[in-house]
Design a protein around this ligand. Structure first.
Ligand code: NAD
Length: 509
């Protein structure tokens, strides 16, 4: 039987430096408009009140967008050397590095993520993303094109293209990697010469607000980056609808992504949408189970299953099915739950009571329909929003828990009787974000990878993201890609300049 989670033994709230709770607007830290209400920020590990943040209104969003627009149109921003835009990102990276421990603690407190994870992954990722895109700022180029004009008037024609920044970018982020996602939007946008308005999740705005203070310290020009907080249907929607915003880069749920794409249509905003997933972890009979079993467990239980690429469907060839589910269930039963600050904790709470209720509802309905919980299957703990790491068997393809994104520590295991079923089962989801295949047969691995309808396929690993590798989803998992050169394409558009060279000008030369 699982122990109740251990809470907050050595991370006292009073010792964590809180941001002032001020927005970054037009190069100043400011309060929201007087009519803006406040949103309570609660500790997911205890349910206790931490602080409040502003629920910005459309007027606050307008203020932010106008500042970003003025900066984008200014001579100073337009003529800033690409290397100097890169230098702004590098300065911010240095400041985040200087404040890494403080940010790791704040992120852990606000989101419930394990402190070991915010220290080793979230904050280092933010720093590396800034440095990675700082390097790109001076390497953005167009092309030269020789023309073949239909009208042959004796002149010579040439064209070149430039990659022009889109303009004001609205970056809207979720709660599972708050600071990392904010940087993931900001860094390529600034590298490309765009200006930015960030709107973090109302559940986890604290590190993005603190980021605003560091952006100011790094010396970004007024309006280059602006930060508003608030609800999606309010501040988020105002950002998407604002006519001066030229692009929305959004990470979040598919339902919100669909709403945003529709709302962006009237003003023809460009969109990058990184949405949900229902990714398969596929274990073939010849896999090295000493790696595949812990790999499958990590694929679903990391970050309490709150990862868009979580391996939430475990497809196992019949010959190793029993061994794999027993192994993953053993791991699930022994994972230690605790608050982010508990150094022994291996899995933290879910973000909110609402999220936990959603996870619990999906599991309950599958159990009612005949699924079996080999491990977990229920909420746990008196305080905070903990859910047991759960392994479900006897699931059917039609159950909602097999079709919908759970976004919690819940994996559904399915036995594969015939290898000819593999591709069909792996692709039997409206999502197409990621998949992993575990096998010693690399030929089979590559042939299978070719048939999986997903943005990323991992072989003998899961959840390895790299800033140089394009990331994004197919089908309901999204539109466009982040990271690598794809990110540069996503924040710029080509402008073609075409010229006529009169051959007569050569006379005498
Ligand atoms: P969410 O869609 O509820 O919210 C995400 C953001 O959108 C928040 O900032 C929210 O305030 C805002 N928002 C909500 N409604 C809006 C509207 N109408 N207009 C504009 N903005 C609006 O998502 P969430 O619950 O915060 O995050 C979890 C989801 O994010 C999961 O589905 C997960 O798979 C997805 N996710 C995807 C990726 C990826 O890269 N594909 C990464 C992380 C998370």
């Amino acid at each position: 039987m699982k122990q109740a989670p251990v809470l907050n033994p050595d991370l006292a709230l009073s010792e964590i430096r809180m941001p002032e709770g001020l927005l970054l607007l037009d190069g100043k830290l400011s309060g929201a408009s007087p009519s803006a209400r406040r949103i309570d920020v609660l500790n997911p590990a205890t349910g206790e009140f931490i602080t409040t943040i502003p629920a910005c209104t459309a007027a606050d969003v307008d203020h932010a967008v106008m500042a970003a627009h003025r900066c984008f149109e200014s001579q100073a921003w337009r003529s800033m050397r690409p290397l100097d835009r890169g230098r702004l990102l590098e300065r911010l990276a240095l400041l985040i590095e200087e404040h890494a421990e403080e940010l790791a603690q704040l992120e852990s407190l606000d989101s419930g993520k394990l402190l070991s994870v915010t220290r080793m992954i979230d904050i280092p990722f933010a720093i590396e993303a800034l440095r990675y895109f700082a390097g790109w700022s001076s390497k953005i180029s167009g092309e030269y094109i020789a023309l073949s004009p239909l009208v042959q008037d004796g002149a010579s024609y040439r064209a070149y293209t430039e990659r022009k920044p889109m303009g004001v970018v609205g970056g809207i982020t979720p709660w599972n990697f708050p600071l990392g996602q904010a940087i993931q939007k900001l860094a390529p946008a600034i590298a490309c010469g765009c200006t930015v308005v960030l709107k973090p999740s109302e559940e986890t705005s604290l590190t993005t607000l603190r980021l605003g203070e560091l952006i100011l310290e790094a010396g970004f020009p007024a309006g280059a980056v602006n930060i508003v907080t608030g609800y999606g249907h309010d501040a988020g929607a105002a950002l998407v609808e604002h006519p001066l915003v030229r692009k929305i880069s959004f990470t979040g749920s598919t339902a919100t992504g669909q709403r945003i794409w529709a709302a962006a249509a009237p003003t023809m905003k460009r969109v990058t949408l990184e949405l949900g997933g229902k990714s398969p972890t596929i274990i073939l009979a010849d896999a090295d189970l000493s790696r595949a079993v812990p790999g499958a467990a990590a694929a679903i239980f990391s970050n309490s299953g709150q990862i868009c690429t979580a391996g939430s469907r475990l497809l196992i060839e019949a010959a190793v099915y029993e061994e794999v589910i027993a192994g993953v269930a053993d791991i699930a039963r022994t994972l230690k739950l605790g608050s982010g600050a508990d150094p022994q904790a291996q899995i933290g709470p879910l973000i909110s009571a609402r999220q936990r209720e959603q996870v619990a509802g999906l599991v309950r309905s599958s159990l009612d329909e005949g699924a079996v919980a080999l491990a977990g299957g229920d909420m746990i703990g008196e305080a905070g929003w903990f859910y047991q790491p759960t392994v479900l068997t006897e699931v059917s393809r039609e159950m909602p828990v097999m079709r919908e994104e759970v976004f919690g520590p819940v994996v559904c295991a399915l036995r594969i009787e015939e290898s000819s079923q593999l591709v069909d089962l792996a692709n039997d989801t409206p999502y197409g974000l990621a998949a992993s295949i575990w096998t010693r047969d690399l030929e089979r691995a590559h042939l299978l990878a070719d048939r999986i309808d997903a943005g990323t396929v991992w072989l003998n690993t899961h959840n390895v993201l790299d800033l140089a590798v394009p990331f994004g989803g197919r089908k309901l998992s999204g539109v466009g890609r982040e990271f690598g050169s794809e990110a540069i394409q996503a924040y710029t558009e080509p402008k073609a300049v075409c010229m006529r060279l009169d051959r007569g000008a050569m006379v005498g030369y």
